[in-house]
Design a protein around this ligand. Structure first.
Ligand code: UDP
Length: 329
């Protein structure tokens, strides 16, 4: 029998790519999502497959799945700064209570669990690039605190379950990732800029655009996560692309790529917006023999092609179809 893997946040951006990855490798996939920010359209193509099951469930509540589970990948969480403002309590709960439930579930099933952590645990970093030994600079009570602190709690809880209960745990610290299936209206910089280009609006750079990010294409990230899951390394590992760019240059790159005539306009910098971010991926290279392969030019092109395929209706008012629309096998 092939191994059985539970993926939470399965209808989201990363969760749905993980579902594809595991289904293609003949795992039996149990997908779970409460669909607050996920979209069934992302996994619609998997719903009829015999090795794919979907549960509409909020992992902040007790988690139960009948039968054996070998691996758990906990990817349920809002992941965009505007989501943290709109649904702060759910963001806190899924990172804390949800993680606790899934660690208990892993213990009960004798399963290995990998949790999705984030570069946000480094906050507005005083160390550059960020390596895994840096403890971070986080404002607990700012608007992003609900995400950052839930993820920091998640790491603490995960290490405690490993040390106290002997659960097999893995922690990936994910840096900015992009690709098809990002929500066009999720407020993050890449879908924001592409959406603006496609609607013929000017690109909104926050602050003076001198803040930096380092963008990783989704297929590279998923490969790194898979290697970490199968490794025997229990401490956090950064996965991301160290190619760093200012947000202003990023906006210019997108204007060039799309050959658009849009201008750049400036808007206020959000509270606690980190000024610089770049992963040190020495550990991932050494332990997982992993490094990103997709250059930004190529990844942006693939992502733009995806957004261009969306209908004008989706572009202007991007709404998710309901769970019921997709739950018909
Ligand atoms: N940003 C921007 N214009 C936008 C959206 C975001 O200039 O329309 C900036 C934002 O202030 C941040 C960077 O782009 O400095 C990345 O923001 P994002 O929300 O994608 O994720 P973050 O890395 O901050 O979690």
């Amino acid at each position: 029998m092939s191994k059985r893997v539970l993926i939470t946040g399965a209808a989201g951006f990363l969760g749905s790519h993980l579902c594809d990855y595991f289904v293609e490798r003949d795992y039996r996939v149990v997908a779970m999502d409460n669909l607050i920010t996920g979209d069934m359209a992302n996994i619609q193509h998997l719903m009829k497959l015999p090795n794919f099951e979907f549960y509409h469930h909020d992992v902040s509540k007790f988690v139960h799945v009948a039968g054996e589970i070998d691996y758990i990948l906990h990817f349920a969480s809002p992941a965009s700064p505007i989501d943290y403002l709109k649904i702060p309590i759910q963001t806190l709960k899924v990172g804390s209570l949800g993680t606790h439930n899934l660690l208990g579930f892993a213990k009960a099933k004798n399963a290995r669990i990998l949790v999705a952590s984030t570069s946000e645990i480094y906050g507005d970093p005083m160390v550059h690039p960020q390596n895994e030994d840096y403890w971070g600079n986080v404002n607990p009570i700012g608007p992003r605190g609900v995400y950052d602190e839930a993820k920091r709690f998640q790491e603490a809880m995960t290490m405690a379950y490993h040390r106290f209960h002997g659960v097999e745990t893995r922690i990936v610290r994910i840096f900015n990732t992009y690709g098809p299936r990002m929500r066009l209206n999720d407020g993050r910089v890449l879908p924001a800029f592409f959406g603006q280009v496609l609607r013929g609006e000017d690109l909104t750079v926050f602050g003076d655009g001198s803040q930096t990010r380092s963008f990783c294409y989704v297929s590279d990230l998923i490969e790194g996560i898979y290697r970490l899951l199968l490794s025997d390394y229990v401490y956090p590992v950064n996965i991301g692309n160290p190619s760093e760019i200012t947000i202003l240059d990023f906006a210019k790159e997108i204007i060039d790529l799309t050959q658009s005539s849009q201008k750049i306009i400036y808007q206020p910098l959000p509270t606690d917006d980190p000024m610089q971010r770049k992963p040190d991926i020495t550990k991932a290279r050494e332990i997982l023999d992993w490094q990103p392969l997709i250059e930004r030019q190529e990844g942006l092109r693939l992502t733009y092609d995806y957004f261009r395929e969306l209908s004008s209706e989706q572009l202007n008012k991007y709404e998710h179809k309901s769970f019921e629309d997709f739950n018909k096998k």
